[in-house]
Design a binder for this molecule. Sequence first.
Ligand SMILES: NC(=O)c1ccc[n+]([C@@H]2O[C@H](COP(=O)([O-])OP(=O)(O)OC[C@H]3O[C@@H](n4cnc5c(N)ncnc54)[C@H](O)[C@@H]3O)[C@@H](O)[C@H]2O)c1
Length: 359
Amino acid sequence: MTDVFGTSHKDVHEQVVFCADEQSGLRAIIAIHNTQLGPALGGTRFYPYESEAAALADVLNLAKGMAYKNALAGLDHGGGKAVIIGDPATQKSEPLLRAYGRFIQSLGGRYITACDVGTYSPDMDIVARESRFVTGRTIEHGGAGDSSILTSFGVFQGMRASAERVYGTPSLHGRRVGVEGVGKVGHRLVDLLREDGAEVVVCDVSQEAIDRVRQRHPDVEVVADAAAMAVSDIDVFAPCALGGALTDAVVETLRAKIVCGAANNQLAHPGVEKQLADRGILYAPDYVVNSGGVIQVADEIEGFNMDRARSRAARIYDTTLKIFGIAAEEGVPPAAAADRLAERRMSEVGRIRGIWLGA
Ligand SMILES: NC(=O)c1ccc[n+]([C@@H]2O[C@H](COP(=O)([O-])OP(=O)(O)OC[C@H]3O[C@@H](n4cnc5c(N)ncnc54)[C@H](O)[C@@H]3O)[C@@H](O)[C@H]2O)c1
């Protein structure tokens, strides 16, 4: 059973809302982990969960993750997320998305949504017809468009910071980087790496995705899968496919000195982080380096400006270096250092909201 009220203060969620509209078939859960830094911001996942319990467990976990990601991205946003239960290919419709929009609106701005797995910018345009609290809309509708642009840029900044830490220079020129998954984020990362003079090795289960990269960069090497990539002669491993890429087996054989990629929840289990540290592999925490996307959509709230959003995402370089510094000083793995830094910001900056502003 999922414990909405949590077993430790870190797991307590401020608000969890179940929403249903029978005619359109909407069944959604909106979870707000905390609003210490401002309105909760996080995407809407449209997914055919096996059960209500599975959907609830996912949304609680994702909302908490967003609180930490937003805090370290320097945003004035708390963490939230929503899930719509169903198959987006067959169940997504205008009435369903608009019904969902009305529930978001009913929260009065405590939760601001965006795209996630199964939802796209044109969907957000529809949701926005019923709610003011929507980001990730299309550019034609004043939105930030495809968030993978700044996600890949942010991952690249995190990788440069990791290179600075390991090699003493942020340049990836001449380094061999393995990119697992060359979808929306991965293929843009390959562009940035090639521009910087890195050698690139890729793998993907989709031949179409591979072909697209090979068309742009014919000299990119292709390997069968992550296992083959791990044992190949790479300096950096960038998981950009699904979560759980860093399994015991991959870490045991990994030749890279750095792991830095876009995928969420890269560690297959919490023990993997120690294994990475024991093998002398520097791990750039996923939620720190992949925050460019949320930085991009958050900018929409001010009236989207790509230059401003890009310069905010560029700070991922400094944040990543700072986390490595804290990890070394305090003798903890980088992911633990990142959590500490996020919690510090939530508590120190969140606290000032208690200052009475007068009438
Ligand atoms: N798009 C964003 O702005 C964003 C932001 C933050 C985090 N992320 C995370 O980054 C990752 C990539 O996101 P995306 O938007 O590029 O998704 P995507 O679906 O466009 O790309 C994923 C790619 O991985 C490939 N893939 C799937 N399973 C694979 C496997 N076992 N081995 C190799 N390749 C495999 C797919 O074929 C696809 O090409 C995801 O984990 C996502 O949650 C994305």
